[in-house]
Design a protein around this ligand. Sequence first.
Ligand SMILES: *[C@@H]1O[C@H](CO)[C@@H](O)[C@H](O)[C@H]1NC(C)=O
Ligand SMILES: *[C@@H]1O[C@H](CO)[C@@H](O)[C@H](O)[C@H]1NC(C)=O
Length: 299
Amino acid sequence: MGSPWKPFLILSVISGLSEFARAVAARPMSYAAVLRMRQDSSSSVLNSRSRPRQQHSGGLVTPGWPAFSSHPLSALSLLSSQEDLRSEESEEFGPVFIQEPDDVIFPLDSDEKKVMMHCEARGNPPPTYSWYINGSEVDSKTDYRYSLIDGDLIITNASEDTDYGKYQCQVENSYGIILSREALLQFAYLGAFSTRTRGDVSVREGQGVVLMCSPPPHSPEIIYSWVFNKFPSFVAEDSRRFISQVTGNLYISKVQPSDVGSYICLVKNAVTNARVLSPPTPLTLKTDAHEEWRMQPLN
Ligand SMILES: *[C@@H]1O[C@H](CO)[C@@H](O)[C@H](O)[C@H]1NC(C)=O
Ligand SMILES: *[C@@H]1O[C@H](CO)[C@@H](O)[C@H](O)[C@H]1NC(C)=O
């Protein structure tokens, strides 16, 4: 038979500790924390640099703890979760993030033009959510394009023109207000090349030449390659040939007869993997002055 005192001792230690926890979490302290935070957060909406350093809880903060009181007794959070569940009902506390919004790159060619920015927090009383875009509050009540589902912001018919920007989630209850990190919403797309026929580029053997890619509108970055004569024969970069990943242009130095042919710029969206091909640019060798008229301006 085990000692009948043991469970009793443990229980009394637990209840003693949680009394202590309650004392630490007593209201005067959380009010002070809230007041401090209110001051900070009212100014932080417009100036994100001065935003209060928010501890991202990661869901690890024990329910029942008031938000923002820095508690020295983290060992207490290991206390029985039953105690936590019981106190969650009754203890009131300011909002704490469970998940702050992440950066989103939304492919514009997706069937559903609905973007969701996720935000989740807890607090007691249950907190309310609002959203800011570039520091201005989103009016989800009157603007039909926005809706709030729990803390999540849903944007219907989203487009780069109207919705690109930095998003922040704000969570509030009677104990305080917290403001999330800035999450960037970007759109991924890749337009089509202009179908205009590209003129010949003529160069003397042994000279250098630049073939211009002139990529279509795109977001975010694209990856450039060049097809020589026929897909999938790609131009391999070597000591004579270079593809700029900034402009997409193909540089060939010391042109040889084997370089003659047709060149197609291929661009690939790094996020969606969509690809498009340019019209071909023929490269020819200039043999005599009579063909000068075929020369294209190079830059
Ligand atoms: C979606 O946006 C486009 C232009 O941005 C507009 O022409 C269209 O009417 C909008 N559709 C809906 C359902 O709001
Ligand atoms: C947010 O700011 C960026 C950068 O200034 C701007 O390009 C974008 O259009 C703005 N977004 C909205 C929705 O106002």
